[in-house]
Design a binder for this molecule. Structure first.
Ligand SMILES: Cc1cc2nc3c(=O)[nH]c(=O)nc-3n(C[C@H](O)[C@H](O)[C@H](O)COP(=O)(O)OP(=O)(O)OC[C@H]3O[C@@H](n4cnc5c(N)ncnc54)[C@H](O)[C@@H]3O)c2cc1C
Length: 405
């Protein structure tokens, strides 16, 4: 059975689902495919995967009509952020009030984001959500792309979008190479409860083996941890039983939240920096982790992906309004030019941080402590970093511009 679509998006994760919503209620006929079943509706237990959402991503959610649905479930504001080095001698403190904002970011569980986006796209008659499906073939031709499914269906698309994550099958099918740096680190995630309340403050300590972050959750004494560590150290930590792991965690993090009282099961993800050499080809575009991955220390990964989705939607809707071919490479190149520089800058910044903080050389250690203290003392630089990290700077697509005050 053959179906014709304007846009076929492979990957219904957070970024693919956001793109599908951004194309909702438009003249374009869209299919969103995922090999996994629809996400389970959120439950009482915190999802181990959470994301710190910038102001630009919140603006996108408001504009897509999904922010209230997320707030009704679980959203935790981050009003302050403390960053300090392992030696404890250099530190920096960010406060949203210093840039006139109510929050620097919001911590939301990944499955809350994905569930609410998927609920929203069911309201659009021009978007079809197909899952779980297995793709058996992707063919790129001069006039479009054909995606063949194991159940015999084939989908013709004027534009095929790869939103299928870091190991993107769409990117492989298009023969697009990536520049990658294996960081030889894993990110361990878990939910903990602590003796003292987090007071809407995100805390990150830079250890020589990698950064350890405590992100505030909805309950006053619950935090999501992301502990990035060199692979050997991470494997050693993962092999510990809960009491031994909590003791290591306490020792590495310190006592700013008092005693760590409980811990959920843990999960771990390999960390890598990667950047696709091209984001587009005729009739093809890549968004989110399919195009780039960054270190989680700056909490920017999915936020860059949301900006990709908002930008690509704007470019496609502009082209459609002007009766242009949405798969034409010159149309898609506008998206690529718009996003590539921004994404590359963030990859370099997080890579540089990793070098600066993951280094035992005494001179580097002195420099980083000095750097943190000097930056903390220099209000304009600090405010610039806050504005940049919150997504308030840069050439934002319309959907990511704020609509609240
Ligand atoms: C430990 C850790 C902490 C992080 N913390 C943050 C943070 O605080 N803030 C932040 O901004 N980012 C963070 N990130 C990064 C963020 O999680 C990713 O950038 C984000 O998940 C990427 O979303 P995506 O939709 O592009 O890809 P993915 O989440 O990988 O989704 C890809 C989707 O494609 C589907 N798929 C794959 N292959 C196929 C196929 N062949 N056919 C059909 N479907 C397919 C998958 O099932 C999946 O649903 C973190 C990452 C890690 C590892």
């Amino acid at each position: 059975m053959k179906s014709n679509y304007d846009v076929v998006i492979v990957g219904g994760g957070m970024v693919g689902a956001a793109l599908a919503c951004a194309l909702g209620n438009s003249p374009l006929k869209v299919a969103l495919l995922d090999r996994a079943p629809a996400p389970p509706s959120t439950d009482k237990e915190y999802d181990l995967r959470v994301s710190a959402i910038t102001l630009a991503s919140r603006a996108l959610f408001e504009n897509l009509g999904v922010w209230q649905g997320m707030e009704r479930r679980r959203v935790a504001p981050v009003r302050e952020m403390q960053v300090w080095s392992g030696e404890g001698s250099g530190s920096i403190h960010f406060n949203a009030a210093e840039i006139g904002e109510a929050a620097l970011s919001w911590v939301i569980e990944n499955n809350v984001i994905q569930t609410v986006l998927i609920e929203r796209l069911h309201q659009f008659t021009n978007v079809h959500y197909l899952c779980p499906v297995e793709i058996t073939d992707i063919t790129l031709a001069d006039n479009g792309a054909v995606v063949t499914l194991k159940d015999g269906r084939s989908l013709n698309a004027k534009l095929l979008v790869g939103a299928d994550g870091a190991d993107s099958g769409v990117r492989h099918a298009a023969g697009i190479e990536t520049q990658s740096l294996n960081l030889n680190q894993k990110g361990i995630v878990a939910t903990v409860t602590t003796e003292k309340p987090h007071e809407a403050t995100a805390r990150q300590r830079f250890l020589a083996t990698g950064p350890l972050a405590f992100l505030p959750l909805g309950e006053a004494r619950s935090c999501s941890i992301v502990w990035s560590a060199d692979t050997a150290r991470a494997d050693q930590l993962l092999a510990l039983d809960d009491p031994a792991f909590m003791a290591e965690l306490q020792q590495s993090f310190g006592d700013s939240l008092g005693k760590i009282q409980t811990i959920s099961p843990r999960a771990a993800f390999p960390l890598a920096l990667s950047h696709a050499k091209a984001y587009t080809a005729p009739h093809l575009a890549l968004v989110g982790d399919a195009a780039h991955t960054v270190h989680p220390l700056a909490g920017q990964g999915v936020n860059l992906g949301f900006l990709d989705a908002a930008t690509l939607a704007e470019v496609l809707l502009d082209a459609a309004a002007k009766q242009k071919d949405i798969g034409a490479h010159e149309v898609l190149r506008r998206y690529e030019r718009w996003r590539k520089g921004d994404n590359l800058a963030m990859i370099s910044i997080t890579g540089g941080f990793k070098y600066l903080f993951g280094n035992d050389l005494p001179v580097v250690s002195q420099l980083r402590n000095l750097g943190l203290d000097l930056t903390n003392a220099a209000t304009p630089i600090k405010n610039l970093i806050m504005r940049r990290a919150s997504g308030l700077e840069g050439d934002l697509p319309k959907l990511a511009r704020r609509v609240w005050h």
